[in-house]
Design a protein around this ligand. Structure first.
Ligand code: PAF
Length: 278
């Protein structure tokens, strides 16, 4: 596997692949890889001639400096995992390489970045949009793979691809879960053993709420969820039902609208998100 640490060598690698008419798939990540990432890489390798992963903890998408400082960084292990997942190359630039000056642009995604994650993490999606656009420009993928766990991020990237006419196919892959239902996330590494057990409650709450949709008022289901989580000290930030197409918030279940439940909560000081299609 090629390790590409700067933009010039990444461009050279990509040019060589394109000269050989190879299709390129990209899995953008922030590292601390888990089985969820590796399943994206395996799918990317199966569907493209060349699978490229990027590992970059993007400072401009963190609205909380503490969260950025504590984000797990495990590059050596990540490289080993990618090598065994048939990844052809990893692009792992430094912050200085990606941002030799602080970007002056910001990207607005209309209503989509004002709700849910956008409401609680101001500036987050502008930072995601900028780094993903840079990665697409540098690595020129024919296809890019994202996980459904960050469903709002997927819609943001879909809008970016549409508005900026990136010539690529976007794939949203299913959430990979631990045996107790917890969605795999790099942030899970920061949980204590006790918190790790409690964190499975996010998926339980999503599943129970889904099971009762349309049978009890949504407001009641939300207060039951808040209460259940608070008994083990988990602080719910939001639990919402929204349309899959554009994430407009639904006040009540409607079987005619394809929807999903989305949750964000703090387990200790670790903020986790998850969702479930309805
Ligand atoms: O989902 C992530 O890991 C990040 O938000 C992404 C897409 C790699 C951009 O930094």
């Amino acid at each position: 596997m090629q390790i590409l640490r700067d933009i010039a060598s990444a461009r050279e690698f990509i040019r060589a692949q394109k000269r050989g008419s190879k299709s390129i798939g990209l899995v953008p990540t922030m590292g601390a890889l888990h089985q969820g990432h590796l399943s994206l890489v395996s799918r990317c390798a199966a569907e493209n001639d060349v699978a490229v992963a990027s590992i970059f903890v993007n400072p401009i998408q963190f609205n909380n400096p503490g969260d950025l400082a504590k984000y797990p960084r495990t590059l050596e292990r990540d490289v080993e995992l990618l090598t065994s997942a048939e990844c052809s190359a990893v692009f792992c630039p430094s912050s200085e390489e990606m941002y030799n000056t602080q970007p002056l642009i910001s990207i607005s995604f209309g209503a989509l970045d004002k709700i849910l994650e956008g409401e609680f993490r101001p500036g987050h999606f502008s930072g995601v949009g900028i780094v993903v656009a840079k990665l697409f420009n540098i690595l020129q993928p024919d296809a890019a793979y994202f996980g459904q766990k960050d469903y709002q991020q997927f819609l943001i990237v879909q809008q970016l691809v549409h508005d900026l006419s990136f010539p690529l196919n976007l794939v949203c892959a299913d959430i990979v879960r631990e045996p107790d239902g917890l969605a795999m996330s790099s942030r899970n590494q920061r949980l204590s053993p006790e918190q790790r057990k409690q964190a499975a409650m996010l998926f339980q709450v999503l599943s129970e709420t889904k099971a009762h949709l349309g049978k009890r008022p949504l407001s009641q289901l939300k207060s039951e969820a808040t209460q259940k989580l608070s008994t083990v000290g988990i602080r719910l930030e939001y639990l919402e039902l929204a349309a899959r197409e554009n994430l407009s918030i639904l006040l009540e279940y409607n079987s005619d609208i394809a929807s999903l439940l989305l949750i964000a909560a703090f387990v200790g000081e670790v903020r986790l998100i998850d969702n479930l299609f309805v």
